[in-house]
Design a protein around this ligand. Structure first.
Ligand code: FES
Length: 133
């Protein structure tokens, strides 16, 4: 293989530009109310998880700790420029791009530059499953 080709392949591997994986769009995708979207065990208490939805969607599930063990879901698109936010850590959801922070119990913005909070998506727990509400 030619040296130039090897360099290009290495660059593509480092940047992920050569990836053929599906690009997810934040939101419920093609899921409908009542659809199972995760196992409760896959949503760690006091944190959360990004879950892939049918139709290439993606949601952020968060789960309280202690007295508030409720499971909530948010569209993970940051209202600032659309970056997918991280699951909560140390009680805060953080956008990795410009560091906006959000309240995991409401999605409200705690610090900018995001102009608004995350959009909550209704979900409910049934047995050991999390269902779209
Ligand atoms: S894209 Fe999230 S703070 Fe800018």
């Amino acid at each position: 293989m030619e040296r130039r080709t090897l360099l290009l392949c290495g660059l593509l591997a480092l940047t992920g530009c050569g990836s053929t994986g599906p690009r997810r769009t934040p939101g419920v995708g093609s899921a409908a109310p009542g659809d199972r979207i995760a196992a409760l065990a896959d949503v760690p208490a006091g944190s959360g998880a990004l879950v892939d939805m049918p139709g290439d969607g993606q949601l952020l599930l968060v789960r309280g700790d202690g007295a508030d063990a409720a499971v909530r879901a948010f569209n993970p698109a940051c209202p600032h420029q659309g970056t997918v936010v991280n699951p909560p850590a140390a009680g805060v959801i953080t956008c990795p791009t410009h560091r906006s922070t959000f309240d995991p119990t409401s999605g409200a913005v705690l610090s900018g530059p995001s102009p608004s909070g995350l959009t909550e998506v209704p979900v409910r727990v049934s047995g050991q499953d999390v269902l779209l509400g």
